[in-house]
Design a protein around this ligand. Structure first.
Ligand SMILES: Cc1cc2nc3c(=O)[nH]c(=O)nc-3n(C[C@H](O)[C@H](O)[C@H](O)COP(=O)(O)OP(=O)(O)OC[C@H]3O[C@@H](n4cnc5c(N)ncnc54)[C@H](O)[C@@H]3O)c2cc1C
Length: 198
């Protein structure tokens, strides 16, 4: 979750080109440049969307202009923030948007364990663990998106596993990679012995 804030070009003298260059330099030039270009171009629109459409309220100058602070490796004051709790602001507002849409079923306190596949080997859902009940839940779906974050606890080069206080979340274990690359098929299918949802 973003803590300090996130970067977007809003006003001159800052520019998309400068943000792009800073992003490449910050990534020691190993970034996927197409992705970095998309990131810097999309960022200003996302700020407007978060504020105007989803109700995020970022810090502002007295004249109403969005406040942008200096932040790591950026040549301009570019970081939009809400104090040092920017991620909480974004997540709270987006969570509200989820709750107000009855068409979305949210599974709180569930962990994804594996992907489910149909007889043709295509992903057809996911196997979840209901942490409160200790039961398995098979969810069938037409599309499955893995958004489980990165895995600093998995890599020997990361300081996170040795000094656990540096790990933002105990779930930062690249479970998505495990789901995507683990056994090519699971013996559990939607409709078998566990609870099923779609
Ligand atoms: C202390 C700190 C400060 C940071 N500050 C900034 C900043 O100021 N600006 C910035 O741009 N970036 C910052 N970052 C980086 C930023 O937070 C991450 O890049 C970003 O959150 C990654 O988003 P994500 O959606 O990929 O993953 P995450 O935000 O990690 O989300 C993954 C989610 O998946 C869940 N999950 C994981 N495994 C499972 C599973 N098996 N089943 C179900 N759910 C699962 C996790 O609980 C989590 O909620 C910071 C990171 C840290 C740790």
């Amino acid at each position: 979750m973003v803590q300090g804030g996130y970067n977007a070009v809003l006003t001159p003298p800052d520019s998309i080109d400068a943000h792009f260059l800073d992003t490449l330099e910050g990534g020691a030039w190993i970034n996927d440049q197409e992705l970095a270009w998309t990131l810097v171009n999309e960022a200003p629109g996302r700020v407007l969307e978060l504020e105007a459409r989803y109700g995020c309220f970022f810090d502002r100058h007295p004249n109403g202009q969005v406040h942008q602070k200096p932040f790591a490796g950026q040549r301009h004051d570019r970081t939009i923030h809400k104090g040092d709790l920017t991620g909480i602001e974004i997540m709270n507002r987006l969570t509200e948007q989820v709750w107000r849409r009855p068409s979305i079923s949210a599974f709180e306190e569930h962990r994804a364990l594996d992907l489910l596949r149909d007889d043709g080997g295509r992903v057809s859902g996911a196997l979840l663990l209901d942490l409160r009940r200790g039961t398995l839940v098979a969810v069938s779906s037409r599309a499955t998106l893995l958004a489980m974050g990165a895995g600093p606890r998995c890599t020997a080069s990361s300081r996170a596993p040795r000094t656990r206080r540096r790990t933002a979340s105990p779930s930062a274990s690249a479970r998505a990679c495990g789901c995507a690359t683990w056994r090519w098929c699971s013996s559990i299918r939607p409709g078998s012995s566990c609870r099923t949802r779609s």
